[in-house]
Design a binder for this molecule. Structure first.
Ligand code: FES
Length: 102
């Protein structure tokens, strides 16, 4: 069994324009928002959810990118509504959010 039920990696890589990069799409703020909300919902910790930052995950053109393990499900997002949906549906209810999947 995994130490975390869900391990979520946010790419925070930054590059100069015109290169695609996740940080250019507010990845840092969205990661901070996700961490705060997961903590507020008491979902963080051993056997539950961990959110970490990552360097480039090499799917830049499809980003900003998140990957959730152990499932290996990739998502993109635009705003807090998308992050909320990933938390509520995937991390809480175990249902993949197909509309955000990449
Ligand atoms: S910059 Fe995020 S996947 Fe490459």
């Amino acid at each position: 069994m995994s130490f975390y039920k869900h391990h979520v990696f946010f790419c925070l890589n930054r590059r100069d324009a015109p290169e695609a990069c996740c940080a250019c799409h507010g990845a840092d703020q969205m990661r901070a928002y996700a961490k705060d909300r997961i903590k507020a919902l008491k979902l963080s910790g051993e056997g539950k959810v961990r959110v970490n930052q990552a360097g480039c995950l090499d799917r830049c053109e499809l980003g900003p990118c998140i990957v959730v393990y152990p499932e290996g499900v990739w998502y993109t997002y635009v705003d807090k509504t998308d992050i909320d949906e990933i938390i509520d549906e995937h991390l809480v209810n175990g249902r993949v959010v197909e509309r955000l999947r990449i």
